[in-house]
Design a protein around this ligand. Structure first.
Ligand SMILES: Nc1ncnc2c1ncn2[C@@H]1O[C@H](COP(=O)(O)OP(=O)(O)OP(=O)(O)O)[C@@H](O)[C@H]1O
Ligand SMILES: [Mg+2]
Length: 238
């Protein structure tokens, strides 16, 4: 395969998503073109219902486009089958949600180790150390043996980010990761994303918080399923 721009990591061409509703088809994304390079920190902003989650779901392969092409790391995401998708996601893109979605019966450490077991990477003997290292990176290693219910929201989100990084994917996609956190905790979680950028990751983050969005390197504004503005902001990466 020829990649004209070697640092191009996420490449959407004329991506359309139509949902079937009682009233007929609803166009949630309308022929989106989007190109993201490795190392970018992209904030996705827009009103409720504008298509932010739909866009993230297309890039992570959590849902499929109605039309168009999505290349992530050179792989055509819409062509992957369900089993291939799960493995591909583990290798390529970690996903973080607003409500953390940790498994309640597993400890913090076990939650972080889960994707490693699923993707069989890293080697079995390294998984525990790797999970602890990620908890340290998220400054939450002292909570390793606790159940999620014993943690604060901000702590749970740190665990969820550690889990998303478990198999060392180059991309992290987060859908309103700070939406359920108070503003101080949100700022602390946000600075963890900045740290990941400095470690060479690519981060996509949906947010309703304009102050946080401004701190990302690039802001995508979405309205009615269209990217209406694409602003290069502060460069947070080296
Ligand atoms: N499964 C679905 N079936 C039908 N319509 C849907 C479905 N999912 C989303 N939509 C519609 O598509 C549009 C975009 O939804 P989406 O969830 O992407 O918005 P959003 O920007 O993430 O909003 P929010 O800020 O509230 O999370 C909305 O009008 C929504 O009602
Ligand atoms: Mg949403």
């Amino acid at each position: 395969m020829t990649i004209s721009n070697p640092s191009l990591l996420i490449d959407l061409n004329a991506v359309t998503k139509a949902y079937q509703t009682d009233a007929g088809f609803f166009m949630a994304l309308k022929s989106i073109d989007l190109h993201i390079n490795a190392g970018e920190f992209v904030a996705i902003v827009g009103k409720s219902g504008s298509g932010k989650t739909t866009l993230i779901n297309m890039i992570t392969g959590l849902d499929r486009p109605t039309d168009g092409e999505i290349l992530v790391g050179g792989e055509k995401v819409e062509k992957l089958g369900e089993n291939q998708l799960a493995i591909w996601r583990g290798r390529t893109i970690g996903v973080v949600f607003q409500f953390f979605q940790l498994l309640p019966t597993l400890t913090t450490l076990e939650n972080v180790m889960l994707p490693m077991d699923f993707c069989a990477t890293p080697a079995f003997s390294e998984r525990r150390d790797r999970a602890m290292e990620l908890l340290r990176l998220m400054e939450i290693e002292d909570q390793a043996s606790k159940l999620p219910a014993k943690l604060s929201g901000g702590q749970q989100q740190r665990v969820a980010i550690a889990r998303a990084l478990a198999t060392d994917p180059p991309i992290l996609a987060a859908d309103e990761p700070t939406g359920n956190l108070d503003s101080r905790t949100a700022a602390a979680v946000f600075s963890l994303f900045e740290r990941l950028i400095s470690l060479g990751k690519t981060v996509l983050m949906v947010t309703h918080d304009p102050d946080l969005a401004r701190r990302a390197g690039r802001q995508l504004h979405i309205a009615d399923g269209v990217i209406v503005d694409d602003v290069e902001g502060r460069q947070v990466y080296k």
